[in-house]
Design a binder for this molecule. Structure first.
Ligand code: 13P
Length: 249
């Protein structure tokens, strides 16, 4: 019903030269994947990644997009600029952006709407910190982040949106959420979307990934869970053999 989607988030890694090597190695390794395959790269690598993946089953995503069409926003990149490059997906609201660059639920929502308006597919990241989990605030935080991210987004757009549940405490730490915790938490997000829109859309259309130290060793167990529709992969997406093992779980 919901096609699995495995996306790499390269973060601030890989020069153009490294991109050429990694993508060239990756293409044959993932060509028979049953999951949709995406690599999200730094802006400077996008053109190279798009060019190299033409005619393959790999789609390319960016790691952020600005909410304005254009103008005086030094250092920012617009949706039009990404579309022109041939980019398909864009990560929005990653916890590293929320943590280090002042991203808020409101700016996430503004970016989501700007991306959709230009035909880009947002991968919206939500997730709680360790403090929030230990304080019993998981549901509160996820309901808020999800509700704000989808504000003024039409139900018909939901087929173009992917959500990534990334518990902040599991990112780059080697600590994965157990499959049960990931599944139960993603259920909270899906139920929130069902309340905002409809149960049918939430259950049939919206794909929700897990992200946070997903790797070749734990991917099978996570992907076996009914609520988990894919993964957003950081560290393990930087080596073609590892990423292909996740993709071909
Ligand atoms: P790691 O897979 O390195 O934990 O990163 C997860 C992540 O943040 C993907 O967006």
């Amino acid at each position: 019903m919901r096609t699995p989607i495995i996306a790499g988030n390269w973060k601030m890694n890989n020069t153009i030269a490294a991109t050429k090597a990694l993508v060239t190695e990756l293409i044959p390794l993932v060509k028979d994947a049953k999951a949709e395959v995406v690599i999200c790269t730094p802006y400077t690598d996008l053109a190279t990644a798009v060019e190299l993946t033409k005619g393959t089953n790999i789609k390319v995503g960016a790691e952020n997009v600005h909410w304005a069409e254009k103008g005086a926003f030094t250092g920012e990149i617009s949706a039009d600029m990404l579309v022109e490059l041939g980019v398909t997906y864009v990560i929005i609201g990653h916890s590293e952006r929320r943590q280090y660059f002042g991203e808020t639920d409101q700016t996430v929502n503004a970016r989501v709407k700007a991306a959709l308006a230009k035909g880009l597919k947002p991968i919206i990241c939500v997730g709680e910190t360790l403090e929030e989990r230990e304080g019993g605030k998981v549901a509160e935080v996820l309901v808020r982040q999800t509700t704000e991210a989808f504000k003024d987004v039409a139900e018909a757009e939901l087929q173009n949106i992917v959500v990534a549940y990334e518990p902040v405490w599991a990112i780059g730490t080697g600590k994965t959420a157990t499959a049960e915790v990931a599944n139960d938490t993603i259920k909270i997000i899906r139920d929130t979307i069902a309340k905002l829109y409809s149960k049918k859309t939430a259950e049939e259309i919206v794909r929700i990934q897990y992200g946070g130290s997903m790797n070749p060793k734990n991917v099978k167990e996570l992907m076996a869970m009914p609520e988990i529709d894919g993964g957003l992969i950081g560290g393990a997406s930087l080596k073609a053999p590892d990423f292909s093992l996740v993709v071909n779980y």
